[in-house]
Write a protein that binds this ligand. Structure first.
Ligand code: GLN
Length: 456
């Protein structure tokens, strides 16, 4: 598939042909389930002229269905464009196709979608990761040039690592959340999934910047990164030693080899320890579920999407609409979130989790004082089999290396660095100081070049 950079040189007619080709391919590859349209036997949704970008089904595109892959939102049509979409359109891009996801972005395998599973293009028996599994699978299989996803605890970086593309989550506040269906508002961030680092910079530049429609948007200067990319900068990179050591043997081996390559290309490597990931998991699943329980209270059968037909009174309407409309994982999280916010437990859980969050953030800031970037795994293993994870807890543990960045509000990118013995992708994660995306992308480009050179 041509890259975004190459696509920027195409004529409108060539772009139209490209869209047709993508649509045909998506139809042929319907079993992949990367796009929601593939489950419905429809053409890929489109709204205007421009270079086609696949859009996760939780980002509003005016006139398109927006369902967060949930039954409860069936039939809901977005009445406005998310700011990220407005910005895309201004920059010559156009939303094209709705990508599949875990219901309400809760999950790590895109297996909780109401429409069905997305498969990993590298091995159809493996999960593509999640929750932006459709966005990752579409890019990795040549069914999209690039896509938008959302990352609350790793949902851009982890599926990118499982499918073998680049996944970039900017710092919290860099990309407006206006028009992104809220999961956990203090953690959610729109990110990009692309074929390479330069495309990640190009697409990020198109969507980022201050937006008065989002009160958490960062009102600071934004300078475009793609024109200033520099892979030759020598950086000081802190390796999180305990994370590398705790990863699976194959992931560890690939990352250690990558560290040697970074060193021999002139980057300075230092070693640091980070807090035990168990604190990240505990804090994240309290804060994320607490905010989700509040955010999802709006789906009441009145304002959005689907209403139960089995109603005798107002209370029935709420209960039956929500019982029928939400899947099991979403219900589990609403219950957990409601519990940790209830009086008597609020201090014990929610306040404690907020303290842990502040502590994790401080620890990252301390490490980042000594270096330009942090280097660590994206995931402890490569993509796993469908049904490999028995309990919800086992799935939650897939996020051990990604969620802390959301808790700390930092930017992170996952870049492919190798393969395991079964040909599944292994990626490394680079992390930057808040709002230093230029350094992050410079480092990621350097890493990508080193790996490509090594593979030749
Ligand atoms: N897997 C994590 C969760 O289920 C993260 C999801 C995300 O980033 N949206 O909450």
């Amino acid at each position: 598939m041509i890259t975004l950079k190459e696509a920027l040189k195409l004529s409108q007619e060539e772009i139209q042909n490209l869209k047709k080709e993508l649509n045909e391919r998506a139809k042929k590859e319907s079993k992949l389930g990367a796009y929601i349209e593939q489950f419905l036997g429809r053409d890929l949704s489109q709204s205007c002229e421009g270079i086609p970008i696949a859009i996760k089904d939780n980002i509003s595109v005016k006139g398109w269905e927006l369902t967060c892959a949930s039954k409860i939102l069936q039939g809901y049509i977005a009445p406005y464009d998310a700011t990220a979409i407005v910005n895309l359109k201004k920059n010559g891009f156009a939303p094209y196709g709705r990508t599949n996801m875990d219901e309400f972005a809760m999950g790590s395998s895109t297996a909780t979608s109401y429409y069905g599973k997305t498969l990993n293009p590298l091995n159809l028996n493996k999960v593509p990761g999640g929750s932006s599994g459709g966005s990752a699978a579409a890019v990795a299989s040549g069914l999209a040039l690039a896509s938008l996803g959302s990352d609350t605890g790793g949902s851009v970086r982890q599926p990118a690592a499982f499918c073998g593309c680049v996944g970039f989550k900017p710092s919290y506040g860099r990309v407006s959340r206006y028009g992104l269906a809220s999961y956990s508002s203090s953690l959610d961030q729109i990110g990009v999934l692309t074929q390479n680092v330069e495309d990640a910079a190009i697409l990020y530049d198109a969507i980022a910047g201050y937006d008065k429609m989002d009160s958490t948007s960062a009102n600071i200067e934004f300078i475009k990164t793609a024109p200033n990319l520099n892979a030759d900068k020598k950086l000081k990179i802190a390796v999180i030693e305990n994370y590398i050591n705790d990863a699976s043997e194959e992931v560890k081996k690939a990352l250690l080899k990558t560290i040697d390559m970074l060193k021999s290309h002139g980057h300075e490597i230092i070693y640091k320890q980070m807090l035990d990931c168990k604190y990240d998991i505990a804090a994240y699943y309290i804060i994320a579920t607490a905010e989700a329980s509040a955010n999802l209270s709006r789906y009441d059968g009145v304002r959005y999407g689907r209403r139960s037909e089995n109603i005798e009174n107002l209370k029935d309407m709420y209960i039956n609409t929500r019982s029928e409309g939400f899947g099991e994982e979403v219900k589990r999280r609403i219950l957990l979130g409601t519990f940790v916010l209830s009086s008597g437990y609020y201090d014990a859980y929610y306040i404690k989790a907020q303290k842990a969050r502040a502590f994790i953030k401080a620890k990252y800031e301390e490490i980042l004082k000594d270096c330009d970037l942090i280097f660590m795994p994206v995931t402890p293993t490569t993509a796993f089999d469908f049904n490999a994870k028995k309990s919800p807890m086992e799935v939650y543990l897939e996020d051990i290396y990604t969620i802390s960045l959301n808790l700390a509000g930092l930017g992170g990118i996952s870049v492919p660095v190798g393969k395991d013995k079964d040909g599944l992708n292994i990626s490394a994660q680079l992390v930057c100081k808040a709002f230093e995306e230029q350094t992050l992308l410079d480092g990621a480009l350097s890493l990508e070049k080193i790996i490509n050179r090594g593979n030749k």
